[in-house]
Design a protein around this ligand. Structure first.
Ligand code: UD1
Length: 440
């Protein structure tokens, strides 16, 4: 069924919103479960299409997967893995599934995983993933659109990453868990999701130290040392940051619950610069408020602990009506400004110059029909629509559903006028055939 989001803007967000488990952590924990000849029981799993895709992929490899959406729990038993090929159908849908490569090579010394390819936001190379696996002793070739890796054995070594790639850090960590000896990974990614993966692996009996710093040391353990694990995923800092942008942009006042505020330091610093108020209420919640027009600011995306590239898009939208000129510099991806054309259709004054977006704050945005080109661009359109005068219709919302659990319900709970509608696929211009119950 083809769906759209319809949003009538101009309402200040108020109340409270509870953040779900982190997509970018949960998916990697699910892949890491492949290392275990036993059961991984993982809690705080977000209800997202990406989770379903990963669960399906694990099933094709022979894992038993029990996904309890209501309990936000997934149980994965990877005892009887009988296939080491991750098919293109899954990897093409979701790049995160490429991380099964490290786990499969680590446990079985062989894997055939579809190349994720580039995507709409940039080239997204995998050279560092391959370099890491080769350094551990795997022979890696690319054939027919697949990465094929084989190893007689994997032996720990020193690996330097030319840039702190999140995915390469994860793939190398997973491949090194059962390797002989120690692997020292330098210039590793330091994202909270890396720490979560290391904590999960250690909870199952692995020996990973230093996650969250630029040097991660993985002391290889034996398969028999790995035991069944129960674990809870960290909160989604990107989902939280998106709500922070939305609350500030609508001059709202709301509490964000189930978060780790320190994961959001770069983001809250920017909100304060923009004239918003951030109050940490307890170790798991904060209040965001803003009662004047936001100030313009400059943002440069960087690896953690810098400002996250994934939040660049919603923050561009928050700055569209700010006082003055803001410059957003995207330093991670080549093509992450795809929403700009759509934002202009809403009356925004944004110019792209190479890897910078230059935003001249306007007094008012107006609702329009727009298309989400990718996950975070979709979030950007939602934030802009919340601020705009009139009705915005957002198409291609399957991108948004990859990463935002129940976004319509959560924003409705904050007082937004938002609904999800089913559209007659033979008449995409707008024949609405069904409206969700929570429609305004
Ligand atoms: C992860 C996140 C994504 C986030 C990104 C950066 C998941 C599922 N996705 O993506 O939301 O935007 O981290 O925080 O966790 N690169 C290379 N060679 C490589 C690997 C990466 O040149 O071998 C480049 C990429 O092209 C990109 C940059 O490094 O420009 C960052 O990529 P990386 O950190 O690997 O991001 P992902 O793990 O794909």
């Amino acid at each position: 069924m083809y769906q759209k989001i319809i949003l009538e803007g101009g309402r200040r967000l108020k109340g409270e919103v509870t953040i779900s488990g982190a997509k970018n952590a949960a998916l990697k924990l699910m892949a890491a479960a492949l290392l275990l000849e036993d059961t991984s029981e993982i809690y705080n799993i977000p209800e997202l299409t990406d989770v379903v895709t990963m669960a399906s992929l694990l099933q094709t490899l022979g894992a038993e997967v029990d996904y309890d959406i209501k309990e936000k729990k997934i149980i994965i038993n990877a005892t009887n893995i009988n296939n080491v090929e991750a098919h293109y159908d899954f990897v093409s849908k979701m790049r995160a599934s490429f991380v099964v490569l490290g786990a499969l090579v680590g446990r079985f010394h062989e894997a055939k995983v579809a190349l994720p390819g580039g995507c709409s936001i940039g080239e997204r190379r995998i050279d560092l993933h391959i370099k890491g696996l080769e350094a551990l002793g795997a022979q890696v070739k690319i054939e027919g659109g697949y990465v094929i890796a084989k190893a007689k054995k994997l032996v720990g070594t020193k690996i330097y990453l030319d840039r702190p790639s999140v995915g390469a850090t994860e793939n190398i960590m997973l491949a090194a868990i059962l390797a002989e000896g120690s692997t020292i990974l330098n210039n590793a990614a330091q994202e909270p999701e890396i720490i979560d993966l290391a904590n999960f692996l250690n909870a199952m009996g692995a020996d990973v130290n230093g996650a969250g710093t630029s040097e991660i040391i993985i002391n290889g353990v034996k398969q028999k040392d790995l035991k069944a694990v129960t674990y809870t995923t960290i909160p989604d800092r990107i989902e939280a940051g998106t709500y922070i942008a939305a609350i500030a942009a609508t001059k709202g006042k709301a509490i964000i619950k189930n978060i780790f505020p320190n994961h959001l330091s770069a983001v809250t610093s920017k909100v304060i610069e923009m004239g918003g108020k951030v109050t940490i209420l307890d170790p798991f919640s904060m209040e965001i408020s803003c009662n004047t027009r936001l100030n313009a600011t400059n943002i440069v995306t960087q690896p953690y602990p810098g400002f996250p590239t994934d939040l660049q898009s919603p923050f561009i939208s928050a700055l569209l009506m700010a006082e003055g000129i803001s410059i957003i510099t995207e330093s991670i991806y080549e093509n992450r400004f795809r929403q700009i054309g759509e934002l202009r259709r809403m009356g925004a004054d944004v110019q792209q110059e190479s890897h910078k977006a230059i935003i001249k704050g306007v007094k008012q945005l107006t609702g329009a029909q727009v298309i989400a080109s990718d996950l975070r661009a979709g979030a950007s359109l939602v934030v802009a629509a919340l601020c705009a005068d009139g009705t915005t219709e957002i198409s291609d919302i399957h991108h948004i559903d990859r990463g935002y659990e129940k976004i319509v319900d959560k924003l409705s709970g904050l007082g937004a006028y938002i609904k999800r509608v089913d559209i007659d696929e033979t008449n995409l211009d707008g024949k609405i055939i069904n409206i969700e119950e929570n429609s305004y």
